[in-house]
Design a protein around this ligand. Structure first.
Ligand SMILES: O=C(O)[C@H](O)[C@H](O)COP(=O)(O)O
Ligand SMILES: [Mg+2]
Length: 319
């Protein structure tokens, strides 16, 4: 059942239901709403009921809404099209995707000048192209009648000094071998767009980018040097570069504790609101809430709602 618990029989000290008693101060302390996409606004191409209306109401209240997604499958321009088609009109600069963040981080922060071997989607390849970073690897790559000795003769491009892993629906054993061959050289940079383990699509959970990153990590016996998406800083650094916001006046609305909610803690945002239409459950929040580990406490949201629709209803109650 997607819509979370119908009633909650426990009150969690650190995490409160957003309600008519606290929503006014919640909104008064907010100028910028960073909203996650998969699991908050939509699941695959299925819009979550009430999400469009709530985004519209937030904008009517004068809040700047930014779409901050770990999804690396599209360029920002393609996200503008997707958002418009699903009823969330947005400009490119209002969309901060892990594909865009990864390309810009490599170009302008790492100042990477070589070629990239990409285990990832077209959207990521196009964002890398847009900043002038040559890359290859996207698309199907399978070997018929594979023999193990083929692995030792895989041609490696000497100009590749970075492997980037994103959401790759064409992931294959051959790609795993190529990525591993490059990454066995410790001087080759290992970059991941994000490490979400799964995402909600049309009522099912499908394996996320994190499962592909984990396969490459295990085979190469190393962890990514850089992870660009939530909860890591590069994606919020990009928000700051594009919009120069005050983190304390930002709230993060998300469906996953170890990306959306943890980002809020990592970046000192004003508050984090969890909605129960995607990955996380209240039981998970309760477990983190009652844990003694600081790492777990950083996954606890300030507020929760069954879905974004209820925030729209609360906004109506203020009139
Ligand atoms: O597997 C992935 O890449 C992620 O699960 C997915 O794309 C998350 O997107 P978000 O919830 O950040 O919009
Ligand atoms: Mg999500």
């Amino acid at each position: 059942m997607w819509m979370g618990q119908s009633s909650v029989d426990f009150i969690m000290a650190g995490c409160k239901l957003l309600d008519e008693g606290n929503v006014q101060s919640f909104l008064d302390n907010t100028d910028i709403v960073l909203t996650d996409c998969d699991g908050v606004l939509w699941r695959g191409n299925q819009v979550i009921p009430g999400a469009q209306e709530t985004i519209e109401k937030l904008r009517k209240l004068g809040k700047k809404v930014l779409f901050v997604t770990n999804n690396s499958t599209k360029t920002r321009a393609e996200y503008v099209t997707k958002c418009a088609s699903l009823g969330f009109p947005a400009s490119e600069d209002e969309i901060i995707s892990s594909s865009y963040v990864t390309a810009h981080y490599l170009k302008y922060i790492v100042k990477y000048t070589g070629k990239v071997y990409t285990v990832g989607p077209q959207g990521l390849a196009q964002e890398l192209n847009a900043v002038g970073i040559p890359n290859f690897g996207t698309g199907p790559d399978v070997a018929e009648n594979w023999k193990f000795e083929d692995y030792t003769t895989l041609p490696l491009d000497p100009e590749v000094n970075c492997v980037v892993v994103g959401f790759d629906k064409d992931f294959s054993y051959v790609k795993l071998c190529r990525a591993t061959a490059y990454l066995r050289d410790k001087g080759c940079l290992f970059v991941a767009t994000n490490t979400d383990t799964g995402l909600p699509v049309n009522g099912r959970f499908i394996p996320g980018t994190g499962t592909i990153v984990a396969a490459v990590s295990e085979a190469a016996e190393r962890r990514p040097d850089i992870i660009c998406g939530k909860p890591h800083l590069p994606i919020f650094d990009t928000v700051l570069k594009l919009h120069n916001v005050d983190p304390k006046r930002c709230i993060m609305i998300g469906d996953r504790l170890n990306t959306d909610i943890e980002l809020a803690h990592n970046c000192g945002l004003g508050a984090a609101l969890l909605v129960l239409t995607g990955c996380a459950t209240l039981e998970e929040v309760r477990q983190k809430q009652s844990s003694n580990s600081i790492a777990d406490q950083r996954l606890v949201p300030n507020f929760y709602l069954p879905s974004l629709a209820q925030l729209g209803t609360l906004i109506d109650s203020l009139k």
